[in-house]
Design a protein around this ligand. Structure first.
Ligand code: UD1
Length: 417
């Protein structure tokens, strides 16, 4: 078993370069099979989630070549095979093969997706979208069979502005006949990045980044070159770490507007930030003002940052209140933070962290990806050594986390025990 050991209390300074966005890459890789010739995607992070998706493409018959940060995919020989549970159970984003294969081959057989247990995570909106485009869906145990004689554009209203459903419907609709409108679409920057990728291939998508996306189906998509946007959640995590224990810590290669919900909150609390065009320089202070956040879809406060953000309560002169509105099970980090000395209370989807409190290293668990990031943040500021278990969750989402933190002065290592 692999564990992460962090000796806390070391001030972090220097530069951390942010990688390409995980949540973009995990859709861009499956989307590649829609093209009829080679695609090159650069700035793809080397994390286990992208590795698994590349393996899935190879399993389907694509040729996938990775050269440092770029991935070159030749999708010409893609076959329509059943995608087994061994792949899909490893990550949630495996469901993007549904939309992509449906669009390209009009037939998909795939097992239920896995991923972090942060809530019920249904896929009803994805399926409803596919049905609107003319597909029929049947279940054989945990396997979904999605089939269509042909796909026809449709008006689709999403009851919830779901990121996954918006992307999956775009993937299925780009090769459908006629016009599709996705109303109440999610507006996350990753959606814009996927739409740009598809447009680079020859798709006709407008309105990505707004709540109404319009797609005019085309007959074929060709190869292209595309760049993944910087990971706003990775960037936000390191900015929070800088607010905890940084001294002029430079978080670089980012799009600061993508994390404005976080940075404006941090400034309100008194965190010294210097925001440049593609970087944020952050230093920590001993005491911050109490605060309150509510997670929302973009451009609201991202749910993926609320867990690391809560660690700032250790320096708050009063309560830090977090209202989660997206995932009902996203407070699994509370008992772990309590072990380290954080005072917490939970009432339904609202958690209160009572600061200030001194965190002390001990053994804690990364219950899910972003809870794991919260544990890393807490361990870096804690007194003594923290051992984090279940770190496979962290490695799914943070490229080179040990190297990046070591380079700025952290004492962090992964050990096999
Ligand atoms: C994506 C992100 C995840 C982030 C989340 C919200 C990826 C790979 N993951 O997840 O990191 O936390 O957006 O910003 O991009 N829902 C339904 N039915 C559906 C689909 C979703 O009820 O068919 C609900 C979910 O249970 C949840 C809400 O809609 O309560 C938002 O989910 P969604 O935006 O789909 O999240 P993901 O795409 O899974």
């Amino acid at each position: 078993m692999k564990v992460m050991k962090i000796e806390g209390g070391n001030t972090l300074s220097g530069t951390i370069k942010i990688s390409g966005a995980k949540n973009s890459s995990v859709a861009l890789i499956p989307a590649s099979l829609l093209a009829d010739s080679d695609v090159t995607i650069c700035n793809v992070p080397e994390i286990t989630d992208t590795d698994v998706l590349c393996e899935m493409l190879e399993y389907l018959g694509a040729d996938v070549r990775r050269a440092s940060e770029s991935v070159v995919i030749s999708p010409e020989k893609i076959e329509n095979k059943v995608i087994p549970k061994e792949f899909t159970s490893k990550l949630r984003a495996s469901y993007y093969f549904m939309g992509a294969l449906l669009g390209k081959k009009k037939h998909v057989e795939i097992y239920l997706p896995g991923g972090c247990s942060i809530g019920a995570r249904p896929i009803d909106l994805h399926l409803k979208g596919f049905e609107s485009l003319g597909a029929t869906i049947t279940n054989e145990g945990e396997k979904y069979i999605v089939d269509a004689k042909e796909l026809n554009g449709a008006n689709i209203y999403l009851d919830i502005a779901s990121v996954g459903a918006t992307i999956n419907i775009m993937l299925a609709a780009v090769l459908a006949k006629g016009k599709t409108i996705i109303d109440n679409a999610a507006k996350e920057p990753e959606i814009v990045n996927i739409a740009t990728y598809l447009n680079n291939m020859g798709a006709r998508i407008t309105g990505a980044g707004t709540s109404e996306i319009r797609i005019t189906g085309v007959e074929k998509l060709h190869g292209c070159f595309h760049e993944v946007i910087p990971d706003r959640i990775e960037a936000g995590t390191y900015v929070i770490i800088g607010a905890l224990i940084g001294k002029d810590l430079n978080i670089y290669n980012i799009i600061p507007e993508h994390i404005e919900a976080l940075t404006s909150k941090l400034q309100e609390m008194g965190v010294p930030l210097k925001i440049e065009s593609d970087s944020i320089i952050v230093s920590s202070k001993d005491e911050y003002k109490p605060s309150r956040i509510k997670t929302l879809g973009y451009p609201g406060f991202p749910t993926d940052l609320q867990q690391p953000f809560s660690v700032l309560a250790s320096k708050c002169n009063g309560k830090l209140i977090v209202q989660e509105t997206i995932w009902e099970n996203r407070f699994m980090h509370l008992p772990e933070l309590e072990k380290m000395g954080m005072k917490t209370e939970k009432n339904g989807m609202i958690a209160t962290f009572v600061g200030p409190n001194k965190l002390v290293g001990c053994e804690v668990k990364a219950t899910d990806l972003r809870a794991g990031a919260a544990m890393v943040a807490a361990a870096l500021v804690a007194e003594g050594t923290t051992t984090i278990t279940n770190i496979e969750h962290i490695l799914r989402g943070y490229e080179g986390i040990v190297e990046k933190l070591t380079d700025v002065g952290a004492k962090i290592k992964i050990e096999e025990i």
